[in-house]
Design a protein around this ligand. Structure first.
Ligand SMILES: Nc1nc2c(c(=O)[nH]1)N[C@H]1C(S)=C(S)[C@@H](COP(=O)(O)OP(=O)(O)OC[C@H]3O[C@@H](n4cnc5c(=O)[nH]c(N)nc54)[C@H](O)[C@@H]3O)O[C@H]1N2
Ligand SMILES: Nc1nc2c(c(=O)[nH]1)N[C@H]1C(S)=C(S)[C@@H](COP(=O)(O)OP(=O)(O)OC[C@H]3O[C@@H](n4cnc5c(=O)[nH]c(N)nc54)[C@H](O)[C@@H]3O)O[C@H]1N2
Ligand SMILES: [Mo]
Length: 763
């Protein structure tokens, strides 16, 4: 497709070794793996000091994930996990990407490396500029860099020709200033990683419950009768969640896991904080495992709903919470009537399960009162993703399992401040009330036309309707779908700018001109004119708390994200009523402005200084559903997957290994799945392999099929795995080239990266 620099990771294989899949997650191996990463990247002495500060009340927030910290006790040296330690090691690395590095490595040469090799180059130390037609980045002063961006932005025909992306690590303070700058500049083009992540949850939950966030707190896991974990792999992606699940079990609660893969972390667990338990069997977490087919979830949940209804009809008042339904909800009659349109026999094949297995799950739901349902990308990245989540809500509403202790919705967020960034207004569709407040406080006219989300932004750049791309963190070209198409889109731009900590592929697939603006990481001290600052972030459960850096910055030429935004605004905005530079002199001043514009932040500066921070208001948690269109919690009618595979086709999900953070590759192992030293693998059912005449580790090429279009990814090793027939899995970002730009979720526009239709051909 593309004649320009290829944006796909190289086809090179790295020497695979298949090992036994461990029976238990965490334990001693996790600790040794974490320490070895810290030792290699940071050095052991400095590394231990760093780890002691992660997630402590006056330390810094772990940039790993958004799982909350305990409100009460915090273990010394222990409120992090293996993968949090790796995230920190990655940020605090000794390796530096200096102007000399760029002078001696051309962009074309670097683009041939794997994401692992690119990332390991290290932290970017100086602002760098790639002039048009040049092969190498050159050092540039901050002043010249800001002027260059300002000139480019002010030269556009309309502010809507610029795109301002955000990844989810940006602090509340930086995010608030950033969206303000973008809106004063005149556009709502504020796509963010949420668009590819939990957007489907936001859409489904806002419609049904009146808030786009989850309703549970960490303490609810101590009171739940039943926790269902569906479409999520916490052992790898939210390891500290295993502690919460372990608490549920210790108190007598049950756990159902719904996943095409028997993910080790969910099956059995060894507490990292209790070395005495590292030897021995560990604790079984999952009571019932439903190995659903990819995208079979609506069909499965519908069967459960039908079984619940059947039992309620048989024995009235034994299943449904009628008082809750009557007082708090709308739409139950339509839901129950609609369920009659589906027969269990018709739904069953989509799930790949037996009726006996599903009945066992339904029984657990029927017989328990307080239910929490947790989910992540396994539900959100499908064409019918919003249906998935609304169906989850239907089950909870029938049980009255929302807004009471031990029950509720738990969409587990990804990036450590992705939820906070949304609260701060990083949203291409920010509501009018938010914009009204901004206008009042900052005395300007905010644009009202909705901006581009991620997919729309790519399409706009591809069509040359957008010409400047500005990325506040992240790795746009590798994280987004349809790698070649997106690469073309970015290369069409006049200017691409990346505010980054570490080198990544988006620095190498650029517009005609490109800039890299190096910023401080979460673990580093942030000094402004009034002294050292702290920032604040919001976790997955709506707790806002502070985060204070511990290390000296990797270079004296980096700036904080907050300072970068303020300077950019100062250079770009011809008239603004805001004193941008003064605002960044002390971040309390920014927090005062947040308090003045966003509900829930009363006494922000005082409450953020209280140990552990504070909870934002959450109507669903408080059993109040007034913000929905009906003023009640809404039942909904949802559709099972409509995708039909041809006989030779497979469904492919793109997932994370145990050794990566999205596009940042920590290492080449996926320990919990028994794959070492290789990322170019495709997990397949052994019967499917046999039918295709494939042997273990045969080299195959993958082709995706979408509305007559084909996309190819070459050179993957077939690995037989415990996965349902016609289901396959590959790793993100190697397989992103196969995700068609137009294949996305209804209503949320999230790329359908878990339902890619492929064929597999032996080399
Ligand atoms: N160490 C580490 N931590 C991370 C990240 C990381 O890359 N590394 N990324 C962060 C981010 S941004 C996010 S969003 C989260 C992601 O956290 P997860 O959502 O856990 O990440 P994925 O690897 O995408 O895993 C999706 C899980 O859903 C399952 N699944 C896929 N399709 C289906 C389906 O159709 N139905 C069901 N029931 N299950 C399905 C897969 O088998 C897999 O277990 O983690 C965050 N934390
Ligand atoms: N096929 C497929 N595609 C997916 C997914 C999938 O499951 N499958 N998951 C999607 C999901 S859930 C998400 S959230 C997106 C992630 O998309 P992104 O957030 O865009 O990607 P990341 O890989 O997290 O970004 C890593 C880069 O962020 C920069 N960085 C790290 N820390 C900081 C910081 O503190 N400040 C700044 N300014 N920069 C920093 C570093 O330079 C690093 O290279 O990918 C999505 N893409
Ligand atoms: Mo995410």
């Amino acid at each position: 497709m593309s004649k320009k620099t290829t944006a796909q990771p190289p086809e090179k294989l790295t020497g695979i070794e298949l090992t036994k899949i461990p029976k238990s997650a965490v334990g001693a191996k996790a600790i040794t793996s974490a320490l070895s990463h810290v030792k290699n990247e940071v050095g052991l002495f400095k590394g231990i000091g760093l780890l002691a500060n992660i997630n402590q009340k006056y330390g810094f927030d772990c940039p790993g994930c958004a799982w909350p910290d305990p409100d009460e006790k915090r273990a010394f040296l222990a409120e992090y996990c293996e993968n949090g330690a790796k995230a920190i090691a990655e940020e605090a690395t000794k390796n530096m990407v200096t102007p000399i590095f760029f002078a001696t490595h051309s962009v074309k040469e670097l683009a041939k490396l794997s994401d692992f090799e690119i990332g390991k180059s290290g932290r970017i130390t100086h602002p760098m500029y790639l002039p048009q037609g040049k092969d190498n980045y050159e050092e540039i002063s901050w002043g010249k860099a800001f002027k260059l961006i300002a000139d480019e932005l002010n030269g556009l025909n309309s502010p809507d020709e610029a795109i301002f992306y955000t990844s989810g690590r940006t602090s509340n303070e930086a995010a608030f200033l950033y969206q303000l700058f973008v809106r004063e500049f005149g556009t709502n083009n504020l796509p963010d990683c949420s668009n590819m992540c939990h957007e489907s949850s936001g859409v489904a939950l806002s419609e049904t419950l009146g808030i786009g966030k989850g309703s549970v707190t960490l303490d609810d896991f101590n009171h739940a009768d039943l926790v269902i974990v569906i479409g999520q792999n916490p052992g790898t992606n939210h390891p500290r969640m295993l502690t919460a699940l372990s608490e549920t079990k210790k108190k007598g609660g049950k756990i159902i896991t719904i996943n095409p893969l028997p993910e080790v972390g969910l099956m059995n667990y060894k507490d990292p904080q209790n070395p005495l338990k590292w030897i021995g069997k560990g604790q079984d977490l999952t009571d019932l495992f439903l190995q659903v087919k990819i995208n079979g979830d609506v069909a499965l949940l519908k069967i459960i709903l039908k079984l619940m209804k059947e039992q309620e009809d048989l024995k009235p008042n034994s299943v449904f919470d009628h008082q809750f339904i009557k007082e708090k909800t709308a739409g139950i009659d339509d839901l129950l009537k609609n369920l009659d349109n589906y027969s269990i026999a018709e739904l069953l094949p989509q799930t790949g399960l037996t009726l006996k297995e599903i009945t066992a799950a339904a029984k657990l739901i029927i017989n328990n009162e307080k239910v929490i349902i947790c989910w992540a990308m396994g539900l959100t990245q499908h064409k019918n993703a919003v249906d998935n989540i609304r169906e989850v809500v239907n089950i909870l509403l029938l049980k009255g399992s929302i807004g009471k202790k031990g029950a509720g919705t738990c969409p587990v967020r990804g990036h450590s401040n992705v939820q906070g960034d949304r609260t701060m207004g990083i949203w291409e569709k920010a509501p009018d009330a938010f914009l009204d407040n901004l206008e009042k406080e900052f005395n300007f006219k905010a644009p009202r036309k909705h901006g581009f989300d991620v997919v729309e932004a790519i399409e706009a750049m591809h069509a040359k309707k957008a010409k400047v791309f500005f990325g506040m963190g992240g790795n746009f070209v590798s994280a987004t779908p349809d790698t070649e198409f997106t690469a073309d889109a970015l290369q069409n731009c006049n200017l691409t700018v990346q505010v980054s900590t570490k080198l990544n592929r988006s620095h190498l697939i650029t517009g005609k001109k490109a800039l890299i603006l190096p910023c401080l990481g979460r673990s580093e001290k942030d000094y402004q004119t009034s002294g050292q600052q702290f920032v604040s972030v919001e976790n997955s459960m709506g707790v806002v708390h502070q985060s204070r850096g511990h290390l000296d910055p990797c270079s004296d030429r980096t700036l904080s994200e907050t300072a970068i935004v303020a300077n950019l605004a100062n250079f770009t905005l011809k008239k603004s009523n805001t004193d941008w530079i003064n605002l960044t002199s002390h971040y309390d001043l920014i927090r005062d402005k947040i308090e003045a514009t966003i509900p829930g932040f009363k006494d922000y500066n005082k409450r953020v200084r209280v140990q552990g921070g504070f909870y934002l208001p959450n109507n669903a948690r408080e059993n109040n559903f007034e913000p929905t269109k009906t003023g009640k919690a809404n039942f909904s009618i949802n559709k099972p997957s409509e995708i039909e595979l041809e006989k030779n086709q497979f469904m492919m999900m793109t997932i994370r290994t145990h050794d990566q953070y999205n596009t940042t590759i920590y290492g080449l192992n996926d320990r919990y799945r028994g794959v070492l030293n290789e990322r170019r693998v495709v997990f397949m059912n052994a019967d499917d392999m046999r039918n295709l005449g494939l042997q273990k580790l045969d080299l195959v090429d993958l082709t995706s099929h979408f509305k007559g279009e084909k996309r190819k990814a070459k050179g993957f090793l077939a690995v037989p795995y415990d996965i349902p027939t016609q289901c396959t899995a590959t790793y993100f970002p190697e397989a992103n080239v196969l995700v068609p730009i137009k294949s996305k979720a209804n209503l949320s526009n999230t790329p359908a990266s878990k339902t890619v239709i492929i064929t597999i051909k032996k080399r």
